[in-house]
Ligand binder design. Structure first.
Ligand code: HEM
Length: 120
């Protein structure tokens, strides 16, 4: 089974995203980067994670090729930012995903991208 299905499809991913962004907004390192409308950021993230975890290509169908590293270039992202992002995500997963094994698989996938987006 793909991670998308294991997470409970679109609804499961939405729950993770809804738990994640309030943590980001409270994080002293990350909050200053998120000045744009958080609802639209959350919607884009839900669409992206859907396809990232093997579900429907919702993000690409609306916004084109993800080019996620390039899309993060306007922001200064250090290793500490990546650690903070992953910490918020780990806590969001603890609140929304029962299986420890599944949480681990999800965070391992996101880790690769998070450190790849480090640009400073
Ligand atoms: C490494 C730490 C990361 C930081 C500091 C970070 C920060 C940001 C910021 C500041 C934005 C722009 C918000 C805006 O529109 O104003 C953004 C957008 C986004 N991020 Fe990240 N991000 C990180 C990692 C990730 C990871 C690991 C993923 C997914 C694998 C991800 C997925 C996205 C998506 C889908 C968007 C929306 C892109 C769009 O505008 O179309 N980010 N991120």
């Amino acid at each position: 089974m793909v991670l998308y299905d294991e997470l409970g499809g679109q609804l499961g991913i939405r729950k993770v995203v809804e738990s994640f962004y309030p943590k980001v907004k409270k994080d002293p390192l990350l909050a200053p980067l998120f000045t744009n409308d958080i609802d639209s950021i959350m919607e884009k993230q839900e669409m992206f994670l859907s396809q990232f975890f093997g579900g429907p290509d919702l993000y690409t169908s609306v916004f084109g090729h993800p080019r996620m590293r390039a899309r993060h270039m306007p922001f200064t992202i250090t290793r500490d930012h990546a650690d903070a992002w992953l910490s918020c995500m780990s806590r969001a997963l603890e609140e929304t995903v029962e299986s420890e094994e599944l949480r681990h698989a999800v965070i391992e996938r996101l880790k690769v991208s998070a450190y790849f987006f480090v640009n400073s």
